[in-house]
Design a protein around this ligand. Structure first.
Ligand SMILES: *Cc1c(COP(=O)(O)O)cnc(C)c1O
Length: 389
């Protein structure tokens, strides 16, 4: 059976070149980067090179990059670390209601610790209004954390504008850029951001490795105490092979990003219009153009997203509903809810997230299989039968 993977916002296959770059560090280059002998120094050099690649890719300098165990740790570190280091100045944080749980849950945790958190609303496209950010700022505000692009719907937030406001007010701005670094151009200076999370496995790198950019001079308290690794900001012997893999992944992304984004936009828009032509009562979730090139989230009225996923899976097609973390529960996505999507429509949402190895044939296959599935599922829906008479 044909296999079509359309769940790249959950994770991507590791690029063969990335695996190749990592292998020596599982073999003969095994030294501890903290050791001063040659074995250690060889590993240290590999980390330095990877750090340079990551820093260069987002317009930062080496000292501003801290390697973490992934996007989740980077988000936790930024939010808790900046909050604790600055709590004497104030205890108010601003975020949005459509963040990834790696941001929402640290914010909820801090609320229990006596911080106040404002969860900003979004419009029907999932956009945060920079004016709302400005209005929410108080004398107590120490951190604004708004994601760069949403993982479920792909909407790209106006981070540069929000960054301008944060800068004027002297407030730290963190952005979860896990879905953008490697997919669209990201430059920390152009975006006016002080802190940014990224992850390797969303961009053809290995799982369990990511990074946090922290602008020079921003105060941040470590989450993990121990040795003097990462300039005393994140203790623990470095995951050398994974760091090398992350470095390679961004090195590849740097050369392929522009072409790939055009390729994926075309492929995705073909899928979108194909669905629109073949299936009635479908709606696009997310912004029509301010959106990640690879992401398409659509609601199929009168059908459960979960049923669509299971039926597509039987045909070898992998998609998701909402975020991977919320799959398995039938709770409608917090993102669609915040956008004001009616619960009945939100239930029927499916996310197609494309990747570099997807082809026209993959899309044709989906367009062949999906309409039949929808017809079959709708035939079982009393609501649908009633409406269509
Ligand atoms: C995947 C993802 C994360 C978590 O990253 P991990 O490396 O899997 O921990 C955080 N934020 C967003 C927007 C994501 O898509």
């Amino acid at each position: 059976m044909r296999k079509v993977y359309l769940d790249h916002n959950a994770t991507t296959p590791t690029h063969p070149e990335v695996v190749k770059a990592m292998l020596p560090y599982y073999g003969k280059i095994y030294g501890n980067p903290s050791s001063i002998h040659q074995f250690g120094q060889e590993a240290r050099k590999a980390i330095d090179e990877a750090r340079e690649k990551v820093a260069d890719f987002i317009g930062a300098i080496q000292e501003e990059i801290i390697f973490t165990s992934g996007g989740t740790e980077a988000d936790n570190f930024a939010i808790k670390g900046i909050a604790y280091a600055n709590e004497k100045k104030g205890k108010h944080i601003i975020t949005s209601s459509i963040e990834h749980h790696a941001v929402l849950n640290p914010c909820k945790y801090l609320e229990k610790q006596g911080f106040q958190v404002t969860y900003l609303p979004v419009d029907k496209y999932g956009l945060v209004d920079p004016d709302e950010v400005e209005k929410a700022i108080t004398k107590e505000t120490i951190l604004i954390t708004i994601m760069h692009a949403n993982n479920e719907i792909g909407t790209i937030e106006p981070i540069a504008e929000i960054g301008k406001i944060a800068k004027e007010k002297g407030i730290c701005l963190h952005t979860d850029a896990v879905q953008t670094v490697g997919k669209i151009p990201v430059n920390v200076n152009k975006l006016n951001i002080d802190s940014l999370s990224l992850s390797a496995h969303k961009i053809y790198g290995p799982k369990g490795i990511g990074g946090l950019y922290v602008h020079k001079g921003i105060r941040i308290q470590p989450l993990i105490e121990g040795g003097h690794h990462e300039k005393n900001r994140r203790a623990g012997t470095e995951n050398v092979p994974a760091i090398v893999g992350l470095g390679k992944a961004v090195e590849i992304a740097k050369t392929t990003l522009d072409k790939e984004s055009i390729y994926l936009t075309n492929l995705r828009d073909g899928l979108c219009s194909g669905i629109g032509e073949k299936i009635d009562s479908v709606y696009l979730n997310g912004h029509p153009v301010k959106r990640l090139p690879n992401t398409l989230n659509m609601s199929f009225e009168f059908v459960e997203g979960e049923s669509i996923i299971l039926n597509l899976d039987m045909k070898g097609i992998a998609v998701s509903s909402g975020s991977a973390c919320t799959s398995g529960s039938l709770e409608p996505s917090h993102v669609l809810k915040a956008m004001g999507v009616e619960p009945a429509i939100a239930q029927g949402s499916v996310r197609f997230s494309l990747g570099k190895d997807n082809t026209e044939e993959d899309i044709d296959y989906v367009l062949e299989v999906l309409p039949e599935i929808i017809v079959r599922l709708r035939a079982m829906s009393p609501l649908y039968r009633k409406q269509k008479g």
